[in-house]
Write a protein that binds this ligand. Structure first.
Ligand code: AMP
Ligand code: MG
Length: 319
């Protein structure tokens, strides 16, 4: 399959391709997404195939407006409504009981559907042109770091999908926060840019992200968390304060100069936890392109977006 490359003045074309059953990668404020018609079993199966994604890992459905949501869901709880009003459009995904309109392939057979209205102007324009609900997981091969640039999408999915929208690098660089507010106690299923500190102001009883990687039990709440994720080919080691040994072949990313970083062949010091989050996945990909064997990642405090960054770092470092 020949992949078409789409530019800013052709976003209507991207929308049309999606509406006609095509697979199109496009930028959002979190990471690049790989979109297809959420009502079509056939189009959705193509997403799983292009990514090599396990079919028990459900996808997030993206829409441009509140009105588009009601046909897709059976109910909107009061807590969910408050979250929609406060945080959409934006980097948070909410879980709803699904209607028949949503393909069972999207939800991996679950009776709930995860939905998001992205705030990125390009994503918004494409969804508006498409006029359909668009299921869009991260636009990378399954297991690899998410794509934060169109070149990363090209590297993973060229010749496997219909089109790639060549937008700017993504701002946030980590995937959306996922919240399930269908039950009595809203719960954070995946940490992201919208933090517990912000969510608790809207939902005082919200259950924080459990904070540890529990591959066995993750399936109960959010199947995607059970799978390997975010891993470069290089071995990732988390460090705090100092690096073990002499590491001439290794790369380092973090906030602070630590003892031992001098011996690394490349060091990337980030200005803030937000900056670190935005640059992490691209750094992983650059390290793989350079054939680096070891990446040291400095741990950060687990508050604010630090919870999300530490979650991704732990998953990347799992052997
Ligand atoms: P990705 O699109 O690759 O960022 O992954 C989507 C994430 O959303 C995965 O962690 C999924 O498990 C999660 N997800 C999708 N649908 C649901 C749902 N209905 N209930 C809970 N989590 C979901
Ligand atoms: Mg993903």
């Amino acid at each position: 399959m020949k992949t078409v490359y789409i530019h800013e003045n052709q976003l209507a074309t991207a929308g049309e391709l999606l509406a006609n059953g095509g697979l199109v990668a496009f930028p959002t404020e979190t990471v690049y997404g790989l979109g297809a018609d959420a009502r079509s079993d056939e189009a959705i199966r193509c997403i799983f195939e292009a990514k090599g994604r396990p079919t028990d890992n459900p996808l997030i459905v993206h829409v441009a407006s509140f009105e588009q949501i009601y046909p897709l869901v059976l109910d909107v709880t009061a807590a969910t409504k408050r979250l929609m009003v406060r945080f959409w459009p934006g980097p948070i995904t909410l879980v709803f009981p699904k209607s028949k309109l949503v393909s069972n392939v999207v939800t991996a057979g679950m009776d709930t559907v995860a939905i998001r209205i992205p705030s990125h102007p390009w994503a918004h324009a494409i969804l508006k042109h498409a006029q359909i609900p668009v299921a869009a997981p991260s636009a990378n091969r399954s297991g690899s770091p998410s794509a934060t640039t169109w070149q990363a999408v090209q590297q993973d999915l060229d010749q496997r999908i219909d089109a790639i929208v060549c937008g700017p690098p993504t701002d946030i660089g980590l995937e959306s926060t996922v919240v399930d507010a269908t039950g009595e106690h809203p719960r954070i299923l995946r940490p992201g840019k919208i933090t517990w500190e912000e969510l608790v102001k809207v939902c005082p009883s919200i259950i924080p992200y459990s904070g540890h990687v529990d591959l066995e039990n993750a399936v109960l709440n959010s199947p995607g968390l059970r799978h390997r994720h975010y891993q470069p080919r290089a071995h990732v080691t988390l460090v705090h304060g100092h690096l073990p040994g002499v590491n001439q072949e290794a790369w380092f990313i973090g906030l602070n100069k630590s003892s031992g970083t001098d011996s690394c062949s490349r060091c990337l010091y980030c200005d803030s936890v937000e900056d670190y989050s935005a640059r992490l996945f691209d750094f992983f990909r650059q390290a793989d392109d350079a054939g680096v064997r070891t990446i040291f990642c400095e741990e950060v405090n687990e508050s604010g977006i630090g919870v999300a960054l530490m979650d991704r770092l732990r998953r990347a470092s799992q052997s």
